[in-house]
Write a protein that binds this ligand. Structure first.
Ligand SMILES: *Cc1c(COP(=O)(O)O)cnc(C)c1O
Length: 372
């Protein structure tokens, strides 16, 4: 056993895999990795017990977790996660985009689910440790990156449900990934979900909580049955106010050219506060687009699309970055945004964001963190 000290002085035990892929095997896997199906040689894990805090931070071979069948997370779904990417910059360095924001959001999710917070140094130390050993897994093809998936789950054994678990595990795994939606930047068709809701006031919608996804699959299947790619979530009370698209936030572009302006629904407590969304709220005005957080109803969406005031709509999130929305379907019929293609404001914002993430534009915001 070895140990690895991160730049913050934290020590992670290093238990190297005896079955690391050879450079040839790795190259083959990196050739066309898809999304979220190939994993690196190692993972990081850290345990927590009430009273003791976090302990046993380690890098270990990637592999199955052995869990007692009565493990709390399997019964009562105390599980939260994050998603971010490591990019290979032209300098050769490995970098992440706003990982401190992911650390902060993990802890907001933890508080909502009565789980312990993970100190930011441990979150960043876990990424640093994994990248120290597995950074050769960062793909270098355009629009490819190493997707990082930190998650935390309840490990108490027992079926009692009167209190939250007293022990937890944090795990970080990494998956070399190509573009999230295969086939390039193709506009998606969305289904306005009036039968199901993702989140209600007082619920868990603003936490990156596994159960939110479990509850969403049936609506996503309904969208697919309607010939759509993605579901759009409306508010739980009136089924009228637009919230999100699948696992991404939405932006609406009104006007065009120098008069274009951006609108995104406000964080009412039922939306997931996306880091991509937050970044675009800064980048929009910098590129000359006034940007506001305001509610938008489905009637307004339809009306403004028909009148031509609404010129573009796109969804944003770490995995797929920015995806144009071309067509909208609902029980009341369907309509098209602009000419149904990817618009210039959408593509301009995408290019700017991607350039910052991949290190081809100077980082004037302090958003980029270099790991090696
Ligand atoms: C993760 C997520 C997003 C996007 O967040 P980013 O930080 O931009 O990746 C949006 N909506 C939901 C429901 C999510 O889980």
């Amino acid at each position: 056993m070895n140990s690895s000290t991160t730049t913050s002085g934290l020590t992670f035990d290093v238990r190297l895999s005896a079955q690391r892929k050879t450079p040839q095997e790795r190259a083959q896997l990196l050739d066309n990795p898809g999304f979220g199906t190939v994993f690196t040689d190692h993972m990081v894990a850290i345990d927590y017990t009430e009273g003791e805090g976090w302990y046993d931070a380690r890098l270990e071979p990637y592999g199955p977790l052995t869990l007692d069948p009565a493990t709390a997370a399997l019964h009562y779904a105390q599980e939260i996660f994050e998603g971010l990417k490591a990019y290979r910059h032209p300098t050769g360095e490995a970098a992440c985009f706003r990982p401190d924001a992911n650390a902060a959001r993990l802890n907001r999710s933890a508080r909502r689910m009565a789980m312990p917070e993970l100190p930011e140094e441990l979150f960043l130390g876990a990424i640093e440790t994994l990248l120290q050993h597995d950074s050769e897994w960062i793909p270098t093809q355009p629009n490819s990156s190493l997707y990082l998936r930190p998650f935390m789950f309840a490990t108490d054994v027992g079926l009692g449900v009167n209190h939250p678990s007293r022990s937890y595990r944090f795990v970080l795994i990494a998956s070399p990934s190509g573009p999230y939606f295969s086939g390039g930047i193709k506009p998606v068709t969305v289904w306005l979900s009036e039968d199901y809701t993702r989140a209600a006031p007082g619920g868990t919608g603003q936490a990156k909580f596994a159960g939110n996804y479990a509850a969403s699959f049936v609506a996503q299947s309904q969208a697919v049955e309607q010939g759509c790619d993605q579901v759009v979530w409306l508010d739980a009370k009136e089924h009228r106010w637009v919230e999100e698209m699948g696992g991404m936030n939405l932006f609406f572009v009104f006007g065009s050219g120098d008069d274009a302006r951006l609108l995104t629904p406000p964080l009412t407590g039922t939306l997931l506060p996306g880091i991509t969304r937050d970044s675009l709220l800064s980048l929009g005005p910098e590129l000359g687009f006034p940007t506001e957080e305001s509610p938008i109803s489905t009637e307004e969406w339809r009306r403004a699309a028909r009148s031509g005031e609404l010129t573009e709509v796109f969804a944003c999130g770490t995995a797929a970055v920015i995806t144009p929305v071309g067509h909208v379907k609902s029980k009341d019929g369907e309509f098209t945004i602009g000419d149904g293609g990817a618009g210039p404001v959408t593509m301009g914002l995408r290019e700017e964001l991607v350039a910052l993430q991949y290190g081809t534009r100077p980082d004037t915001h302090g958003w980029v963190r270099i790991f090696d």
